[in-house]
Write a protein that binds this ligand. Structure first.
Ligand code: PEP
Ligand code: MG
Length: 875
């Protein structure tokens, strides 16, 4: 039998999500549950992949299977596609494995043409409705399939409304809508040079192709990169018979969540519009009614709706986000899925579901996206400043958090301002659309004039964890002039405003923000994650404040203390400079002696905060000239201080210049040239450890890390200095001290010779920043300049400096881990590159058998959760 590409809703179920996409699999599951679902079929994600592999042509056997499924759908519905009497009309919608809101496109009312619209008017006895459906179809088909901008159609519609003297679409009569259709078709012909397609079969195939094509539109590519979705997954296409919410006042359409997606509160949360079709609710064109209003309008439908929604939540054991349509008092569900939610809501729902006995603790751990935890760590307004501030307008509290920043009126302006170094940007729009995605990502906050809690702005902002206030009708926006007026004041581009995404309040001032407090649910939830995970989570920190923060977030130690960061401090940079520029070892040692107590103090401060938790201290790593003065005036002052001439010192500074410092005199190479630096640092570490061990009684075992090793003899040499120094310190002290010496694996040669390196190293810490740089040969300082071109041209799907390249760099990590263990079975393995805070990379580290990951303080909770999910995913 040939491969099956197309599945009727009654041939599949929820387990087939990868093949049929989330929407398709759930439509099948709901069909299986006997719920009122307009029937249809799903073209699989594999068909989409096949389309791309087949030079963007849908293969013949797929076309054939679509035709067969269509014939079956006709039988099930008793209507015929393209029929002039009682035509079957279809919706065509994308549906990937994971939902990609706003990224893909939908076409409704497919199958209408000049003849079918008459038949449809007769069959329904409602010509107004028939022509309304046709004009929507022409508009959507033109936009999605033919790429004629929607706005051109909207302009035509607005002109006609104005001519007829009506405010809302619903006030247009059947004859008015016939005019709209005629004008839309004329516009189509003007744009395309041909008539609007009348053949339903070709409309369908064009629409399926358009959905496949939209998988690779630039917005989808950006979304995939932000959300770690592989390009090879493809999207499914759902073809479903239409039901109509725009048949009059006994019809309507809406979206609802079984729990509040912003707070997680248990209770139906949704909105609907009478006499409207799906797009009207999400597009925010008319402001919808709360779902509770349905109880007044159509009590029986409301009751049925509530009962099915409850059934769905129990069935999926998660908060559901549902789309429904009422066609002349008959309720249909068009989709259900696990609803997107804020991080706070995700935690509350996960904890509540456990407490309600619906799921286990481990299932709860899987219900929160680790990256989302970021949101909980986002700022809120400072209470005192907020009290003094004046609310000038109020919109819907669409996505919580606080934002204050400069106003920009287009997504491009917002993104450009951010790229040019503007730290805090607030995007103000009439409403947002998928084209705005990059500008939304660049913004601290988003304010829209139109649209409800399920509008594009609200849904997308919640997903990103960006503060958003939407549907704020109080403000009058002039997009052309780039201003808005509210409360008698005019706000221009670049002025400051503040938004409270938790209350919907808007302020024309720059209100101070403060770090958030973490709720009780958080601790409970994280404890469940901690029970499961086996990877330890450490942090990268080089000052006591960051270390303390990280410990509060659950860090179990420090995986990387970059000592060079300590050298930049105000009170020591001059000493560091003198040390580097010293004429000989003897002079260098005098300056190192001045630095010793400062370094010792730094380490003691760290050990105190850590209260016995481990800390890996790395010896000086970066090229020395990074510390040097470059301005003549600074060189002059330093020369005076050191008692040398300006010319001599300038010549010395210039002699330290390197053409390629990332591959230059840095890491352990510095210690090979200047062992006295390593000696001072090793002494400072050992003395600090002994001091705090004695004063506080913590069991401290220093871990001293030698960076940028590529050859075991480099390590052996520097280690000998370290060991000699530390042993001398211990011998002179009256307490015992254990310590270990290890290295970073950040040069490919170190990974390749890890068995030899492990002869000397008691631990490895993978420095995947440098390892990525050197494996790809991409300068980590400059790659950002061209990586955008790589994403755009789909050479890369993600930034290898953010998400570990498992195929290449990962192979080196695995090889080094295996070789290291072969030499030294108890070798401790960790990662301290940026990847240590990235969930997908953390899962990789777990599988590679690492003992811990180390990441920046604010990513510690993310890493804890990702480490727990890694265990569950790989059972
Ligand atoms: C690394 O290279 O991954 C690393 C952690 O070191 P640094 O970023 O300081 O070079
Ligand atoms: Mg490095």
């Amino acid at each position: 039998m040939s491969k099956k590409w197309v599945y009727l809703f009654n041939e599949a179920d929820a387990s087939m999500k990868n093949l049929l996409g989330g929407k398709g699999a759930n439509l099948a599951e709901m069909t299986k549950l006997g719920l009122p679902i307009p029937q249809g079929f799903t073209v699989s994600t594999e068909a989409c992949v096949n389309y791309y592999d087949n030079d963007k042509v849908i293969a013949e056997d797929i076309v054939k299977q679509i035709e067969d499924a269509l014939a079956e759908t006709e039988k099930i519905t008793g209507k015929k596609f393209g029929d002039t009497e009682k035509p079957l009309l279809l919706s065509v919608r994308s549906g990937a494995r994971v939902s990609m809101p706003g990224m893909m496109d939908t076409i409704l009312n497919l199958g209408l043409n000049d003849v079918a619209v008459e038949g449809f008017a007769n069959a329904t006895g409602n010509p107004r409705f028939a022509y309304d459906s046709y004009r929507r179809f022409i508009q959507m088909f033109s936009d999605v399939v033919m790429e004629i901008p929607k706005s051109k159609f909207e302009r035509v519609l607005d002109e006609i409304k104005e001519k007829k003297g009506v405010e809302f679409d619903t006030d247009l009569t059947a004859d008015d809508l016939k005019d709209v259709v005629a004008e839309f078709k004329a516009l189509y012909k003007e744009e395309k040079g041909e008539d609007f397609p009348q053949e339903p079969q070709s409309q369908l195939m064009e629409a399926v192709t358009a959905v496949f094509r939209s998988w690779d539109n630039p917005r989808a590519i950006v979304y995939r990169r932000m959300n770690d979705i592989p390009g090879r997954w493809g999207t499914a296409v759902n073809v479903q018979s239409m039901v109509f919410g725009n048949m009059g006042d006994t019809s309507g359409t809406g979206v609802a969540f079984t729990r509040n997606p912003a707070t997680g509160e248990n209770g139906m949360y949704g909105e609907y519009l009478i006499n409207a079709q799906g797009e009207d609710v999400v597009a925010g064109i008319r402001t919808p009614q709360p779902i509770s209003k349905l109880e007044e309008d159509m009590p029986e439908v409301y009751e049925q709706f509530m009962s099915i929604a409850g059934q769905l939540e129990n069935h999926y054991r998660d908060m559901q986000d549902m789309e429904f349509t009422i066609e002349d008092k008959k309720l249909y569900f068009l989709q259900t899925r696990n609803g997107k939610r804020t991080a706070a809501a995700a935690l509350k729902i996960a904890v509540d579901l456990v407490e309600e006995g619906l799921i286990t603790e481990e299932e709860a751990v899987m219900k929160v996206d680790p990256k989302q935890l970021d949101q909980l760590l986002h700022p809120n307004f400072d209470v005192a400043s907020l009290k003094a501030a004046k609310v000038v307008a109020k919109g819907l509290p669409a996505s919580p958090g606080a934002a204050a920043g400069k106003v920009f009126f287009t997504a491009e302006d917002a993104a450009a301002a951010k790229a040019n170094g503007e730290k805090r940007v607030v995007l103000v729009r009439l409403e947002t659309s998928p084209e705005d995605i990059e500008g939304m990502y660049a913004s601290e906050g988003i304010l829209t004039v139109r649209g409800g809690m399920t509008s594009h702005a609200a849904v997308v902002a919640r997903g990103m964890g960006t503060c958003c206030v939407c549907g704020c009708g109080d403000i009058k926006i002039d997009e052309e002039a780039k201003t808005f007026t509210v409360d008698g004041q005019t706000v221009k581009e670049g002025d400051y405003i503040s938004l409270d995404g938790s209350t919907g309040n808007v302020y024309i001032e720059d209100i101070n923000t403060v770090e958030p407090e973490i709720s009780g649910d958080f601790a409970k939830f994280m404890a469940w994650a901690d029970k499961v995970r086996t990877l330890k989570v450490r942090t990268n920190a080089d000052n006591p404040r960051d270390a303390k923060n990280a410990v509060e977030f659950g860090a179990e130690g420090i995986g990387l203390c970059r000592t060079e960061h300590m050298f930049f401090e105000e009170d020591r940079i001059a000493k560091v400079r003198k040390m580097i520029l010293a004429k000989d070892e003897a002079e260098r040692r005098t300056y190192l002696d001045e630095l010793l107590p400062l370094q010792r103090g730094d380490f003691a401060g760290m050990y105190e905060v850590l209260e016995g938790k481990p800390m890996t201290v790395r010896l000086l790593d970066p090229p020395l000239h990074e510390f040097l003065p470059h301005e003549d005036a600074d060189i002059e002052a330093l020369a005076k201080d050191m008692g040398v001439t300006f010319e001599d010192l300038k010549a010395k500074v210039e002699s330290l210049h390197e053409f390629n410092p990332m591959l230059g005199h840095r890491g352990c190479r510095l210690a090979v040239t200047y062992p006295e630096i390593a000696e001072m640092q090793a002494r400072a570490i050992a003395e600090a450890a002994i001091e705090v061990k004695k004063s506080k009684g913590y069991d401290i075992v220093p871990e001293i890390m030698i960076p940028l090793v590529g050859e075991v003899k480099e390590l052996a040499y520097v280690k000998s200095i370290v060991v000699k120094t530390v042993d001398e310190v211990i011998a002179a002290a009256d307490v015992a001290l254990d310590y270990t010496v290890g290295t970073m694996i950040e040069i490919p040669r170190a990974a390749l010779t890890a068995d030899q390196i492990a002869e000397e190293a008691e631990f490895f810490s993978f420095g995947t920043n440098d390892l990525t740089q050197m494996t790809f040969g991409f300068s980590r300082d400059d790659a950002g300049n061209f990586l955008d071109d790589y994403y755009e041209k789909q050479v890369f799907e993600s930034d290898p400096f953010a998400k570990l390249d498992q195929t290449g760099v990962g192979q080196l990590v695995e090889m080094a881990a295996t070789k290291g263990k072969a030499t030294r079975p108890d070798i401790k393995l960790g990662i301290c590159g940026e990847h240590g805070g990235d969930p997908a990379s953390i899962e990789f580290c777990y599988k590679a058998g690492l003992n811990y990951v180390s990441c920046s303080p604010f990513r510690v909770p993310i890493a804890r959760l990702a480490a727990a999910q890694a265990v569950i995913n790989n059972r």
